[in-house]
Design a protein around this ligand. Structure first.
Ligand code: GLY
Length: 397
């Protein structure tokens, strides 16, 4: 593992400025193309997939690049970021029309920070139509007998049938948004049913989480938990726990009656209890300092967003202050130990892991790590509402 960079931490305003400088450099390299999902030696190359042009819009992570450009546009104001982000938008529509790499649940990761953001920021009606088409695509993965959204693969694939994953919580704001913007309640109904099953089966009694859980699609019976990217079926994959904290907290804004705030808080307590003092998670929460295992800085960045979201909902509760303090500590530590800098790296956040069991993206930066690091910094320093917040703002009701 990389040795820690020096402490004390920089202030978060300068960390935000530094992160925006990295986006500026990356935009010059990738004004219209997409970088890969993870770096190679801390440097991004154009995305590659057989049968597609270099830098084409493929895979589940391109939304984070468009989303980083939208964030840079919001916080820096330079129109070049908007032009780049807008140049991506037709490609998102084309992916749906030509069914390019969309046999999965990650419609929210792809279309929320790109097309919903475009609609929210600029009123782009084409982007709204594309995001609605993406929500339709996600809705087609809803299996009514089991009441769940299947995560991966063809709906008839026996290995994947009836399997849900905790990451999907972040894809549900797209469904809530689709119902709100179209007045069609079907998206929201699917999201609520999926949420109940996620709450009841992905979260264990001690508030740790299964990465994935299987249901019998004929009877709806819950079967068993398993992992794809964690250390073991019964361990707690760090990024999955972070998706749970942020995902349940975000969905609480849409369905306060489901008790999701308490679930998110309990998941946060588990995460914090298994976090090293320096605040950077190892890729599975089974590991700690001295394990020799790599960090997953992206898990800490996502968790920081979730803790800030939780703190916002718990403003009158001492737990809210504790979660905000924990988020700021994590962010300071990420800024001090993991921030990327030109010329060594064009990424924002170093020392992440994509999938340790598959040997993919180990001790590398990732587009999602970069995206949620910038988002967490913006939430912490500017009180930014973020594009995942598709529930109406308090003053709009
Ligand atoms: N959603 C996939 C991952 O977190 O790796």
């Amino acid at each position: 593992m990389t040795s820690p960079a020096p402490f004390p931490p920089p202030d978060l305003e300068s960390a935000l400025r530094q992160a925006l400088e990295q986006v500026a450099a990356l935009q010059l390299q990738f004004p219209a193309q997409f970088p890969g999902g993870t770096t190679e030696g801390n440097v991004y190359s154009p995305r590659r997939l057989d049968g597609h042009a270099e830098g084409a819009n493929t895979g589940w992570t391109t939304g984070f690049w468009t989303g980083l450009l939208w964030q840079a546009y919001v916080f820096d104001g330079n129109p070049r970021y908007r032009r780049s982000a807008e140049s991506h938008l037709p490609g998102y529509a084309e992916r749906l029309e030509r069914r390019i790499n969309i046999d999965h649940h990650d419609m929210g990761f792809l279309y929320t920070p790109s097309c919903v953001a475009a609609w929210q920021l600029t009123g782009n009606a084409d982007a709204r139509r594309t995001a609605l088409a993406a929500a339709d695509c996600l809705l087609r993965r809803y299996l009514p007998t089991a009441g769940i959204i299947q995560a991966w693969g063809d709906l008839d694939d026996p290995a994947q049938r009836g399997r849900i994953i905790i990451d999907c919580l972040m894809n549900l704001p797209l469904l809530h948004w689709a119902s709100a913007t179209s007045d069609d309640p079907r998206y929201r109904a699917a999201a609520l049913s999926h949420l109940v099953h996620s709450r009841d089966h992905l979260v264990r009694p001690d508030a740790s989480s299964f990465h994935t859980f299987h249901f019998d699609v004929e009877t709806g019976a819950p079967l068993h938990g398993s992992t794809a990217q964690g250390a073991a079926d019964d361990s707690c994959w760090a990024r999955g726990q972070a998706w749970g904290i942020y995902g349940f907290a975000l969905n609480h804004g849409h369905a306060p009656e489901l008790g999701l705030l308490e679930v998110a808080a309990r998941q946060a307590d588990y995460f914090l209890a298994h976090l090293p003092e320096h605040g950077i998670a190892y890729w599975d929460l089974a590991y700690g300092d001295g394990s020799g295992e790599p960090w997953d800085s992206s898990a800490s960045a996502i968790a920081a967003c979730g803790l800030l979201e939780l703190a916002g909902h718990l403003a009158d509760d001492p737990r809210g202050r504790r979660y905000r303090a924990a988020a700021l500590h994590i962010l300071s530590s990420l800024a001090a130990r993991c921030a990327g800098r030109i010329p060594d790296s064009d990424a924002l956040l170093l020392h992440g892991v994509y999938s340790k069991p598959h040997g993919k993206g180990v001790d590398e930066a990732s587009l999602w790590g970069d995206y949620f690091y910038l988002e967490a910094l913006a939430r912490a320093t500017r009180g930014w509402r973020t594009h995942w917040r598709t529930d109406p703002p308090p003053d709009a009701s």
